[in-house]
Design a binder for this molecule. Structure first.
Ligand code: PMP
Length: 304
């Protein structure tokens, strides 16, 4: 990722991609405290546009607030920086990664005295779980690792530390021959994927787990709006792993994963074992929105 052409927005300036570096004694590298976002830009019918830019920026600022990281830039600067990196890298579509981290000015757990840095990179990134996954669905393993308790890393923050837990779960799933992990919370109820929220469909009703131990996904909130448009009821409740086993359909949502059907969990076929009809409808509606084909949601598209 480091050796490529292009520009990264780094502390207020556009710097050549290869020069966007930091010292090995960077505080965040040692203690794991950085907050970040994953954002997508699509080649929409109205021109290249960032999807739900303001919502992602707001979540970034919430993550920083939760961890008491003083943001050195205001929201509009961070919004504009995201539009700039897409434009300056001449991307028609792609993935954006805003990152807020502590620099190398000091060691020791307390970050006091370390400078806060902000970097924003953007690059082309296709379907996160593979193009085929979007139509065929993926195989998922319920992880032997629990999602961190709500008072461990705090789920409203998109914080790097959470992803050590995600990496354990995802690595285990891949090593065991699955495509992705589903994590349960410390009480054993369904939480989320390593980088996705979960939905199931049962008897025509869309259900999602309570998000106590999960990130409040922006794609998830998009699905809520689209479900309402389609006249689908959404129920949020505690879900057990066997609720997922006996679901008619299941799918993951995320900025990177978009809307990815799940065809199998723990070697149990989900529904027909293929992308289900409700999933397909919501997936189509989602791609219509992000690609600017649904005027009702043009306000979610920020042209670059
Ligand atoms: N949960 C986790 C752990 C994630 O990393 C992500 C991706 N950001 C999501 C859920 C989905 O969130 P969003 O739809 O906002 O990308």
């Amino acid at each position: 990722m480091a050796d490529r052409d292009g520009f990264i927005w780094y502390d207020g300036k556009l710097v050549p991609w290869r020069d966007a570096t930091t010292h090995v004694l960077t505080h965040s590298l040692h203690y794991g405290l950085s907050v970040f976002e994953g954002v997508r830009a699509y080649r929409a019918e109205i021109g290249t546009a960032i999807f739900r830019l303001q919502d992602h920026t707001n979540r970034l600022f919430n993550s920083a607030h939760i961890y008491q990281i003083p943001m050195p830039f205001d929201r509009e600067t961070i919004n504009e920086a995201q539009r700039t990196v897409v434009r300056e890298n001449q991307l028609e579509s792609g993935y954006l990664r805003p990152l807020v981290f502590y620099g190398p000015e000091k060691m020791g757990v307390s970050p006091k005295g370390a400078r806060v840095h902000v970097a924003i990179a953007a690059w082309p990134w296709g379907a996160y779980l593979g193009e085929e996954a979007l139509s065929q669905g993926i195989r998922v393993k319920v992880s032997s690792f629990a999602r961190q308790h709500v008072n461990v890393t705090m789920p409203r923050a998109k914080v790097a530390t959470t992803y050590a837990n995600s990496i354990l779960a995802n690595t285990e799933a891949l090593q065991d021959g699955y495509d992705e992990a589903l994590l349960l919370d410390t009480e054993g109820f369904v939480a989320e994927g390593s980088g996705e929220n979960l939905f199931i469909v049962k008897d025509g009703v869309l259900c999602e787990p309570e998000i106590a131990s999960a990130l409040t996904g922006i794609t998830r909130s998009t699905i809520h709006a689209l479900a309402a448009d389609l006249g689908l009821r959404v129920v949020t409740k505690r879900l057990t792993r066997d609720d997922v086993y006996i679901a008619d359909e299941a799918f993951f949502t995320g900025t990177a994963a978009e809307v990815t059907p799940i065809r199998e969990v723990d070697n149990r076929q989900i529904g027909s074992g293929r992308r289900g009809p409700v999933t397909e409808q919501l997936q189509k509606a989602f791609f219509d929105v992000v690609n600017g084909r649904n005027p009702k949601y043009h306000h979610w598209l920020s042209k670059v």
